[in-house]
Design a protein around this ligand. Sequence first.
Ligand code: AHR
Length: 321
Amino acid sequence: MKLITQLMLGTVMLGAMGGFAAAQDALVVGFSQIGSESGWRAAETSVTKQQAEARGVDLKFADAQQKQENQIKAIRGFIAQGVDAILVAPVVATGWEDVLTEAKDAEIPVILLDRGVDAPEDLYLTSVASDQVKEGRVAGQWLVDTLAGKDCAVVELQGTVGSTPAINRKKGFEEAIAAAANVKLIDSQTGDFTRSKGKEVMESFIKANDGGKGICALYAHNDDMAVGAIQAIKEAGLKPGTDILVVSIDAVPDIFQAIAAGEANATVELTPNMAGPAFDVLEAFLADGTVPEKFIITDSKLYTAADNPQGEYDARKDLGY
Ligand code: AHR
């Protein structure tokens, strides 16, 4: 049954049957989550569940374990169940057109969370995400400003291959350093947004560059990879944050601890609360057809040692990261 009809029936039944009818009429939303590759991802999952609970939304959660095929299967399952809406955090950018068309044909609105897709915009209601090119630019600009003309060989840990944050954060960073002849990107590989892969790839960068002495800075597409890389830098006998500057993205508690300890230098914040704005616009759309902006952009604030990292850690440590 479509939600508009459900809402009308629900109002009648609520009067006739009381609370049971209200429970029956809860908004049902399917959420296809990528997995749990990072602290940020864990926080996004927690916040989405909390937001759903606070609003009385019946959230059907599906963890895709990093596989697009699992996400497509979950979305098809949500369509078969006749959910009122679908949230999806797309692991990679391509390959969504068919399943999004199926959702559209079934008149189920889809909202993209935190990552984008290469598909026609009419196949989803809105996208709640950061400006990922800007995140890369903010990180790159911080490095250029901090170096103040000093020569610097940079290594880059990219996110998941084919994902929009990996593509866009690389682009933004390269744009920011393009005019700085003193800053050179000497190596760039994927660490798949995980701590363990970040460490492993940083070890290989260190090995290939004079035991790390040939590296002046690390740019990681997320904090988890940076935290793994910091461990690799320490094990190589170097000081992260001093011998090798570290800049990354997400603003998770662990990176604030590293900044407070002088082992990381800067992070760009990505809010884990994508679901709040998503549910706001979804509720308005389902209530009276209000069509949201196609792209709802979250902030990208830079944090450094000057921004009370210990306080930021304390404020975030119990938020589900
Ligand atoms: O899509 C957002 C990115 O995905 C986060 O920066 C990263 O930590 C996560 O895995």
